[in-house]
Design a protein around this ligand. Structure first.
Ligand SMILES: C[S@@+](CC[C@H](N)C(=O)[O-])C[C@H]1O[C@@H](n2cnc3c(N)ncnc32)[C@H](O)[C@@H]1O
Length: 281
């Protein structure tokens, strides 16, 4: 099969939306890992005065993780799939959460504008046709010094980790998904991961997009070597550091194993107090 992209992918997610929450509930650590990735953004306090963008929010699992860690923040949650977004928006949320149906490649025309204090994207980037363009969009939507958090299946490059991924997909996920009529999407899931960047390569991609302080951090359990959190910052200056575009400055797997460093409260940006309608489009 070829990878699903754009309208075909959105249609597959539309169909899978009804069983998505059940499937992820069977994945040990799914929600806890999302919360861990949000904490790794290092944003201060409860997020009061902060604007966050949840790119590819799906049925709202990543939105819930943002709410859990940063309950006082304003969150704009965006997804291309009407089915996934509809499931998310139907859940009870505080007024600070707004849902917008839009592709990550068309945020401006959907009225999503920055500056945001953080852009969080969980399980999005290996699904987009042009990850560099979406990284550039995320960078441009961030306030200077704003945080990027990417939570993504990105293999370590070790054969054993790829084998575990294949075993989990073929042995558990695909049989269940096929029985639910979503076999094509979950075959795409397997392939989208094995064909996507390794963690080291994605960290380099983030750096090449003009971010600084790029770190790839592992997640525990069966996802070690399979799923990583990437955290980075938009430079304070528009130009960014020299190193942002220097080839060969990629942080390798050693850095991925470094313990996560707490980020200081200097990350707090100017308060954004604008309120948004709960759902648009
Ligand atoms: C695997 S789900 C993850 C959902 C959620 N972030 C979570 O952690 O559970 C990926 C989501 O990304 C959305 N998506 C894929 N490509 C997209 C794009 N180009 N623009 C916006 N959303 C996209 C899909 O519709 C889907 O809801």
């Amino acid at each position: 099969m070829t990878l699903l992209r754009d309208a075909d992918l959105a249609a597959a997610f539309d169909h899978a939306a009804r069983s998505y929450d059940t499937l992820v509930a069977a994945n040990p650590g799914y929600h806890a890992h999302l919360r861990r990735s949000v904490r790794r953004l290092g944003l201060p306090g409860h997020g009061a005065g902060l604007r966050l963008l949840d790119l590819g929010c799906g049925t709202g699992a990543s939105t819930a993780a943002l709410r859990s860690v940063l309950p006082a923040a304003h969150i704009t949650a965006v997804d291309a799939s009407a089915g996934m977004l509809g499931r998310a928006a139907a859940k009870p949320w505080a007024d600070e959460v707004t849902f917008v149906q839009a592709p990550a490649e068309g945020l401006a025309s959907a009225g999503v504008s920055g500056p945001f204090d953080a852009v969080f994207a969980a399980y999005l980037f290996r699904n987009v046709s042009d990850p560099d363009a979406v990284l550039a969009t995320a960078r441009d939507l961030l306030a200077p010094g704003g945080r990027l958090g990417v939570h993504e299946y990105t293999l370590s490059g070790r054969r054993a980790d790829r084998a575990v991924w294949t075993l989990v997909c073929r042995g558990l996920v695909q049989p269940t998904a096929s029985a639910l009529g979503d076999g094509e999407l979950y075959r795409h899931l397997w392939r989208s991961v094995v064909e996507f960047d390794t963690a080291e390569r994605f960290a380099g991609r983030v750096r090449a997009a003009g971010f600084e302080h790029v770190r790839a951090l592992p997640l525990p359990g069966w996802q070690t070597g399979i799923t990583h959190t990437f955290v980075a910052r938009r430079p304070e200056s528009a130009q960014g550091p020299e190193s942002a575009r220097r080839p060969g400055s990629v942080q390798g797997p050693e850095s991925a194993r470094r313990p996560e460093a707490a980020q200081g409260p200097e990350s707090a940006r100017a308060p954004q107090t604008a309120r948004h309608p709960k759902t648009t489009r």
